[in-house]
Design a protein around this ligand. Sequence first.
Ligand code: ADP
Ligand code: MG
Ligand code: MG
Length: 898
Amino acid sequence: MTKYVYDFAEGNKDLKDLLGGKGANLAEMTNIGLPVPPGFTITTEACRAYLVDGAEPDGLRAEVADHLARLEAGIGRRLGDPADPLLVSVRSGAKFSMPGMMETVLNVGLNDESVHGLAAQSGSERFAWDSYRRLIQMFGKIVLGIDPERFDDALEDKKRARGSDSDLDLTTDDFRTLVTAYKKIVRDATGRDFPQDPAEQMSQAVRAVFDSWNAERAILYRRQERIPADLGTAVNIVAMVFGNLGMDSGTGVAFTRDPASGAQGIYGDYLQNAQGEDVVAGIRNTVPLQQLAEIDRASYDQLLEIMATLERHYRDLCDIEFTIERGKLWMLQTRVGKRTAAAAYVIANQLVDEGMIDLDEAVRRVNGAQLAQLMFPRFDTEAKKERIARGMNASPGAAVGKVVFDSYTAVKWSRSGEKVILVRRETNPDDLNGMIAAEGILTSRGGKTSHAAVVARGMGKTCVCGAEELDVDTKGRRLTTRDGLVVEEGDVLSIDGSNGMVYRGEVPVVSSPVVEYFEGRQETTAVESDVLVKAVHRIMTRADEVRCLGVRANADTPEDAARARRFGAQGVGLCRTEHMFLGDRRQHVERLILADTETERESALAALLPLQREDFVGIFTAMNGLPVTVRLLDPPLHEFLPDITELSVRVALAEARGDANENDLRLLQAVHKLHEQNPMLGLRGVRLGLVIPGLFTMQVRAIAEAAAQCRAAGGNPHAEIMIPLVGTVQELEIIRAEAEEVLAEVSRESGADLHCLIGTMIELPRAALTAGQIAGAAEFFSFGTNDLTQTVWGFSRDDVEAAFFSAYLEKGIFGVSPFETLDTDGVGRLVRLATEEGRAARPELKVGVCGEHGGDPDSVHFFHQVGLDYVSCSPFRVPVARLEAGRAALQSSDSDTR
Ligand code: ADP
Ligand code: MG
Ligand code: MG
């Protein structure tokens, strides 16, 4: 029989799939001897079975009863015992943390009788009734689905009657009458009484936690974070410990390092006489964790020691939840904490310095998505700025946008193309949509552990939180600064998540220090150099040492080629030539297309030749000494002609006036002739070379002459000639023979040996399937994975992405667009096959990829596995590809870097 329940002593941190992150880490802490209240975990497997069948799997009830009995025996109390009750929490906990998305019920086991037992045992009636009302409130909301505001309103009424805004001023009687009021709310809302049977409370709570996996906001969050929808959540049953037993008790959260910047130190919040979620919910103002040293020195010291133990044990930044019950410290949660992109690099680097991890591990601990984030622009420090407030630097970045005060408006405005800053007093899980839509998030309350901060960091979104100088009036849709300045909905603000500044209006941005470093404008050895830049440099250097994949860039101009080279590209993997036929040069292309005689055609080509040669000289010079793969003309010719409708109108109007232009008429004829129903599959690529005499040979001549010119000037050009859209080896053989002839001619003329590799793009399924034959005429392959994806799927990208991709993603047909991350099962299979068969036919065949996938982290890992020689991507993605190629080579055994 399947085992569905694990005692904390039976689990460990590597069982996250089964026990969820919370359960696995509670087990781990238990086993390294930290003070964790006893408990057990119901597996994600049980949840999955429940979600599929709509009922608990066979045997689960008995197994839970068994573990509960053992828990009771160990503690010497029974769940809900009227005289001396054991209370438990019922806590969700999925494999990947989903902050605030899932549900937890505390104080399960209290009822009209056991509340007296709890009062007697604890010596505090007030505490017992406070705990009971909390149970009904949480149970009502989470298990029974009652609008939480009904409970909140009743609580607020009580506080108002006391003339106070703090729950600390409420008395035993207040809580007692609140319990009566809450029970009435439950009866009114559900038609039933609040369940008095402790076992019934527990099993209902377990089911509610299972169900919370499919709550709307949880689904949305998973989609955003690309967490699979079918993992399910585990449920942890944990003996209660109480932070609400008086001022010698309390509860808090902490990070072992700053999750925003990575700086070492103690970061956390503490709240006296409070329970569980009070800290995050912001019911009262928390104090910085450092103040715990004055409140309860012994617990503080013990906590710091535990935090150090956890860091050493996990060899990483941890975040924790703890509770102090009358001077006794209890650990309630830990995990390897989420952090910003910058903190990820800085911390990995610190851990190497501290000897906790080696440099390879540091490379595994960061990723390309984070690096890409660090390359986003920052606010210009020189620019004039009007600062209106300062909050906490919760999640870095520079965000500019129009202020909105609710999630709905954020989504609506961003859909119509506006950039927005979502401003809230504090956020809650229902704000998720708005947070996704916004450029940045600004709150007036809450610290670095608040919902806004945690979620924004997870998304890599700019966030300033706790800007207390701002009075946020969400109903009135305005905020007021301390100086009385009013900012209305729609006004522009700039927020800096790196230092917590809030500016009025739009502040200009400049490139990030990491980009400055890649550009070579930042000294990594200088003492004052950014800790972040130093960390990035060290990690990139190691990634370069270990990677097997080369990294080239897709660059069509000398400027792009030069930048790519500064960013670490080892050549150009794709130099497209089509833009070289635009602008002023269009006239020559028109002449070429309209040419009736060989002389006319030759004259058009002759006009293009020197222009093309210049283009190549620039790129070869920028990439001197490194390979440059030039793709001969690929797009259909009509792309260079005027738009068919526009031209038809022009000709029609001219005819009406009786002054039709001869050239326009011929052009219109040509446009009609070249018009294609489906240009993607029409006259393009190698087919052009075969039907337009002289076009490809002109390009080859331009390449060869440019190479000769560079050579004569003392340079070292390495041109590679790439023929696009080949479907059969015969096409390639014909073009190859012509090209070789031209190369030989130019070699003779210039006296230089101009041998260069001639190869092809593999972007049609037939090319992949006949790769062995094609390799007979190709010295290299470059997978054009954009077109290969289109042709393998039968998708026309421009049409399908807009038309139905969102529906496909929603229905889970694919988790991510195959144009973003390579479809390894389909397209990838062809890549693998073509590589193997190509190399079998020609062992020295060079194989690369030049689609956009070359800069996509997951795809890079796949290309590494297939054993390609290089990937080629846009210049800005080059560092990302270098890093991911290094990470792929290190084959991270622990792939869990979320
Ligand atoms: P989340 O995943 O949203 O943090 P948790 O399951 O961790 O939810 O619980 C919510 C709050 O209740 C946390 O502050 C946690 O520390 C607290 N809590 C959970 N179980 C217990 C317990 N057995 N005793 C005391 N506090 C608890
Ligand atoms: Mg928690
Ligand atoms: Mg293509």
